[in-house]
Write a protein that binds this ligand. Structure first.
Ligand code: B3K
Ligand code: ZN
Length: 873
C-alpha cells in the first residue's frame, strides 16, 4: 500500500453537476444505476481522461449520452473506471452490482438486521457506484430506491421525497431529491421495516421542520430523549452560532451494526443504536449525556461540515475539531459546565496524550496517510477541538463568533481548508495567527514548565513559563507554539488577587500568551506570596509541570475560583499519594495511605457542596489510565494495587462519612436525565464504591438492596458492578445471572452486562472474556459487541490485559486477526493498545511485539497494515 500526501493535492478535473441514482435493492445483488451529468473543468485539457473511483463493484454497463460503450472505450480495474476522450459536458450512465449482505466492513451499502443502510464517509461511496469520491466534488443528488413492499416498507434518502409509487405486488419505490449540492460522503440510503417518532421544530425565521426518528418497532420506547436533544440542539445552534436548519425535514435512523457513533449525512443522520436509543430502565446517566452530545454533534455538522465542507481528507479536523468544540459548548451550556470540561480533559489527557506519545502520533492535520479511516482519531477530534477552543481563548467569545459568522458566510457551499477558517479568525480579530497554525502541523503534546519567585521587597511575583514539544515519529525538531495560559493568583484568604502587570490592571483572571520558548511575567503590588493557579479551564492541550507542594495543592483544591483547577489540584494531590504507594509496592512495603488525602476527602464530603457534580468528580481517584500516562515507566500492577489500596483505605477511614453521604443523596424522585439528578446519583454511587471497596458485608448489602430496588439502570448497574467486582462472588454471581436473564432480549443492555463482567479486576477476567465470546448474545461482526466485551477488557481492565504471561495480548491479537478479514476499520482501532509498548517492562514489551509480528504475518488490510508498520518501525 502507498501513502498519499497533502502536498500532492490537485484540483478535480471534472465536476458532477447532477447525480441521479437508482437502487434496486436485494441482499445478494443490488443493482445501482448512476446517471451523472459530467462537466470538464475549464482549465482541464480535453485529452484528460475521466477517472472514477470504485471498489468491489461488478460493472454491468457504461454509456455516454445514451450510447453504450464497448469494452475498448474504457478501462476498469480493482479501484477505478477510466474513460478516455470524453465530451466537455455529457451524461454518463453506469450500472453496477453489489452485495450488501456480505459487506461485513460496514462501509458503503450494507445490511444490519435485514435493514439496508449506508456509511460513506470518508471513502465508502466508491463501494456503491463509480464516482469521483472526494469531498471537493459537490453535486445535486436525486435518488430512487426500489425495494420489497413487505420487508422494506420504509425507503429513505437525503432531502425531500418527490415521488413514490407501488410498482407491482412485490415492490415499490420512493424518489428523494436533495436541493443542496453535497460531496458523495454525505449521501445516505436506508430501507427497512421501521417505525418512527415524529415531531416538529419551528426555526428562528418561522419555517416548520418535520423531525423523524426511525427505529425498529421494539425501540420506539427509547426515542423520546434523543428527539428532545435534537430540538435543544437546533435551538441552541440558532442562539449561540446563528445557524438555522435548511431543509423541510430532518431524519435520524438507528442502526445496530455501525462502526462509529453516528454520521451526519445531509438531512438523514444515521446513528449507531447505542448513540441514540435511551430510556431510564435500560440506559445509564453517562449514556444519556453521551447521546445528547452526539445528537448535537451530528446536527451541528449541518453547518460545520455539510454547508461548508473539507477540500480533502487532510482537512478533516476543520469540520471535526470545530464540531466537537461546538458540541462541547452545547453540553456545557445545558449541563454542569465544569464537569463537562473535567470529562473532556480526562479523555484528552489519557487517551489523546497516549496517542501523541506513541507510534501513531500525528498532527491535527496529518500530511500523509495510507488509509484515511485510521485518522478519525482522538488527535483529530479532541485535540482538534482544543485547538479551536484556544482560538476562543485568544480571541474571546465575541470575536470568535464573528470569525465563525464570517467563515460560514464566506465559504457557504464550498469545500475549504483549515487555513480558510484560521484566516477568518485572524481577519476579525486583527491577530497574527501564523504561529498558531503550527498547532495543526506539529504532532506531540507540548510541555509547559512553570516556576514562580516572590520578591518581598519589590512586592512582586515573577512567573517563568517555558515550552518544549518532544519529538514524534517523523518530526524530530519542533518550534514553539502559540499557547494561551489562562491564570490567576490566589491569596492567603483563598480569594483571587487583582493582577497588575506593568502598572496595568488585568482583573483577577487573565490569559497569558506564550509564543516563544521562554517567557517571564511579573505581577506587581503583592503583599505576600500568592499561589498561582495556571491553565485554568485547561486553556491549552499541554502537559503542565508546575511544582506545587501538597499544601499548595490542597489549598487550591479548596479555594481555586476555577472549578476545573479545583478538581485538577485534587487529582494532582491524589496522584502524589498514589505515587508514594506505588513506590511502597515496588519496595515490598505495606501500602499505608497518608492522612492528608484522607483529611481532604473528609472535608470534601462533610462540608456543604455548591456543585454536587463537581464534588462527585473530586471524590474519584485518578483513573489507572491517567496514572499510567504520568509515568516514565509503566508498571500496571503497581498502579492497580496502589489505587485499590487507596480506595479501600479511604473506604475504611471514611466509612461513616461515605455511608452518610450515600444516605443523603438517595432519592425517590422519578428518574430524570437532568444534570442535577445525575450529579446526585453520581455522588451516591461514588460513595457506594468506597463503601464496597472495604468488602464489608453491610456495604455489599447496600449494593444488593440497590440492585433489587431496580429503580433505574444507572443505580442498578452501579450496584451490579460493586457486586460483580467483589472478591467474594457469593452475591455477584447470582446478580450477574439475574441481570443477564432479565435483559437477554436487549443487545444494548447485554453490552453493559458484558462490560461489567470483563472489567472485574480479579485474575479470572481473561477466562471470562474467552467464555463470553461464545455467548449467544455476542457476535464479532457487531462493533458494539466487540467494544463492550473486548474493548472494555483491554482498556478498562489494565491489570488483566497486561498479564505477565502475555495471554491478554494474545487474546487481543486473535481478535484483531479475525476482524482484519471482517471489518478492517474496527480491526485497526482494536489493535492500537498493542502498539503502546514503549514504556512497559521488557517482558511485556517483547510479548506485545511478538503479537504484532504475528499479526504482521497475516494478509493485512490497508488500515491494519498502516498501524502495525508504524508500531514495529
Ligand atoms: N463524520 C463521522 C465520521 C465517519 C467516519 C467513518 N469512518 C462521524 C462524526 O464525526 O460525526
Ligand atoms: Zn463529526
Amino acid at each position: 500500500p502507498r501513502a498519499i500526501y497533502l502536498k500532492d493535492y490537485q484540483v478535480p478535473t471534472y465536476q458532477i453537476e447532477q447525480t441521479e441514482l437508482r437502487f434496486d435493492l436485494s441482499s445478494e445483488a443490488t443493482r445501482v444505476r448512476a446517471r451523472l451529468c459530467v462537466q470538464r473543468d475549464d482549465t482541464t485539457s480535453v485529452s484528460e481522461p475521466l477517472v472514477l473511483d470504485g471498489e468491489a463493484l461488478t460493472l454491468i454497463s457504461v454509456a455516454i449520452d445514451g450510447r453504450p460503450l464497448d469494452a475498448a472505450e474504457y478501462d476498469a480495474d480493482e479501484h477505478s473506471l477510466t474513460l478516455h476522450a470524453v465530451p466537455d459536458r455529457f451524461w454518463l450512465e453506469t450500472e453496477v452490482e453489489i452485495a450488501p449482505a456480505s459487506n461485513t466492513a460496514l462501509e458503503g451499502l450494507y445490511q444490519s438486521n435485514g435493514m439496508f443502510c449506508t456509511q460513506c464517509e470518508p471513502e465508502g461511496f466508491r463501494r456503491i457506484t463509480f464516482y469521483p469520491d472526494r469531498p471537493d466534488v459537490m453535486s445535486r443528488f436525486t435518488t430512487t430506491v426500489i425495494g420489497d413492499r413487505t420487508t422494506l416498507p420504509v425507503l429513505l434518502s437525503n432531502g425531500n421525497p418527490i415521488d413514490q409509487c407501488v410498482i407491482d405486488d412485490a415492490r415499490h419505490y420512493v424518489t428523494w431529491e436533495d436541493p443542496h449540492p453535497k460531496p458523495a460522503y454525505l449521501f445516505a440510503l436506508v430501507a427497512g421495516n421501521l417505525e418512527k417518532r415524529e415531531d416538529h421544530f419551528t426555526t428562528a425565521s418561522g419555517r416548520d421542520v418535520l423531525l423523524q426518528l426511525w427505529v425498529e418497532t421494539q425501540n420506539l420506547n427509547k426515542t423520546e430523549f434523543a428527539m428532545n436533544a435534537l430540538k435543544r440542539s437546533m435551538r441552541w445552534d440558532e442562539e449561540r452560532f446563528g445557524r438555522e436548519y435548511d431543509l423541510d425535514r430532518f431524519m435520524i435512523v438507528a442502526v445496530d451494526d455501525f462502526n462509529m457513533g453516528a454520521m451526519e449525512n445531509k438531512g438523514l443522520n444515521i446513528f449507531n443504536s447505542s448513540a441514540v436509543l435511551a430510556n431510564p430502565e435500560t440506559t445509564v446517566d453517562m449514556m444519556f449525556q453521551r447521546i445528547e452530545g452526539i445528537v448535537a454533534h451530528e446536527y451541528f455538522h449541518n453547518w460545520s461540515g455539510n454547508r461548508v465542507t473539507c477540500r480533502d481528507w487532510f482537512q478533516l479536523a476543520l469540520k471535526e475539531g470545530f464540531t466537537v468544540f461546538r458540541d462541547q459548548l452545547f453540553s456545557s451550556d445545558v449541563n454542569s459546565a465544569p464537569v463537562k470540561r473535567i470529562e473532556d480533559v480526562a479523555l484528552l489527557r489519557t487517551a489523546q496524550f497516549a496517542e501523541d506519545s506513541g507510534p501513531t502520533a500525528h498532527p491535527v492535520r496529518p500530511d500523509h496517510f495510507i488509509e484515511i479511516t485510521n485518522f478519525y482519531t482522538l488527535t483529530v477530534y479532541e485535540k482538534g477541538a482544543e485547538v479551536v477552543r484556544m482560538l476562543r481563548n485568544l480571541l474571546g467569545w465575541e470575536q470568535f463568533r464573528q470569525g465563525s459568522d464570517l467563515y460560514f458566510d464566506r465559504f457557504d457551499g464550498q469545500a475549504v481548508r483549515v487555513e480558510d477558517f484560521i484566516d477568518c479568525m485572524a481577519e476579525v480579530s486583527g491577530q497574527d495567527l501564523t504561529r498558531f497554525m503550527l498547532w495543526y502541523a506539529q504532532a506531540g503534546t507540548p510541555e509547559v514548565t512553570a516556576t514562580s519567585a516572590y520578591d518581598a521587597d519589590a512586592r512582586c511575583l515573577t512567573l517563568s513559563l517555558s515550552q518544549r514539544t518532544p519529538p514524534t515519529p517523523g518530526q524530530t525538531e519542533k518550534e514553539p507554539l502559540q499557547i494561551p495560559v489562562a491564570m490567576g493568583l490566589v491569596g492567603a484568604d483563598g480569594k483571587d488577587l487583582p493582577l497588575i502587570m506593568n502598572g496595568e490592571s488585568l482583573g483577577t483572571s487573565t490569559v497569558l500568551v506564550m509564543t516563544d520558548a521562554e517567557h517571564r511575567f511579573v505581577f506587581e503590588n503583592l503583599d505576600a506570596a500568592p499561589v498561582p493557579s495556571l491553565l485554568r479551564g485547561f486553556s491549552a492541550p499541554v502537559k503542565l509541570h508546575h511544582a506545587l507542594s501538597d499544601e499548595q495543592l490542597a489549598f487550591l483544591m479548596r479555594h481555586d475560583s476555577d472549578g476545573f483547577n479545583r478538581w485538577d489540584a485534587g487529582q494532582q494531590l491524589a496522584l502524589s499519594e498514589l505515587e508514594r504507594l506505588m513506590a511502597a509496592w515496588h519496595a515490598d512495603e505495606p501500602l499505608v495511605v497518608g492522612d492528608r488525602l484522607i483529611d481532604t476527602m473528609r472535608a470534601l464530603i462533610t462540608e456543604p457542596a455548591d456543585d454536587k457534580a463537581v464534588l462527585a468528580e473530586m471524590l474519584r481517584l485518578p483513573s489507572e489510565a491517567f496514572i499510567a500516562e504520568q509515568q516514565a515507566e509503566v508498571h500496571i500492577d503497581a498502579i492497580h494495587h496502589a489505587r485499590r489500596a487507596a480506595t479501600r483505605a479511604l473506604g475504611e477511614a471514611l466509612y461513616d462519612e461515605f455511608a452518610a453521604l450515600y444516605d443523603r443523596e438517595r432519592s425517590d424522585a422519578p428518574y430524570s436525565p437532568h444534570f442535577e439528578q445525575i450529579a446526585q446519583r453520581s455522588l451516591k454511587n461514588v460513595a457506594l464504591g468506597y463503601l464496597c471497596a472495604t468488602g464489608r458485608p453491610d456495604a455489599l448489602a447496600l449494593a444488593q438492596a440497590q440492585f433489587d430496588d431496580n429503580a433505574n439502570m444507572t443505580d442498578v448497574r452501579a450496584a451490579l458492578t460493586q457486586l460483580a467486582h467483589a472478591d467474594d462472588t457469593a452475591l455477584g454471581e447470582p446478580a450477574v445471572r439475574a441481570f443477564g436473564e432479565r435483559w437477554a432480549h436487549d443487545p444494548l443492555v447485554m453490552d453493559q452486562w458484558f462490560a461489567t463482567q470483563v472489567s472485574r479486576p480479579q485474575p479470572d477476567a481473561l477466562e471470562r472474556v474467552r467464555f463470553l465470546m461464545g455467548h449467544e448474545a455476542f457476535s464479532i461482526k457487531n462493533p458494539n459487541r466487540v467494544r463492550a466485551l473486548i474493548g472494555t477488557f483491554v482498556n478498562q481492565n489494565l491489570v488483566n490485559f497486561h498479564r505477565e504471561d502475555g495471554q491478554g495480548y494474545r487474546l487481543l491479537a486473535d481478535v484483531v486477526i479475525e476482524l482484519n478479514r471482517l471489518n478492517p476499520d474496527i480491526a485497526a482501532r482494536m489493535v492500537l493498545p498493542l502498539t503502546r509498548f514503549r514504556r512497559l517492562d521488557p517482558v511485556r514489551r517483547a510479548a506485545m511485539r511478538g503479537e504484532l509480528e504475528r499479526i504482521r504475518g497475516e494478509s493485512l488490510s490497508r488500515s491494519v497494515f498502516e498501524v502495525v508498520e508504524k508500531a514495529l518501525a
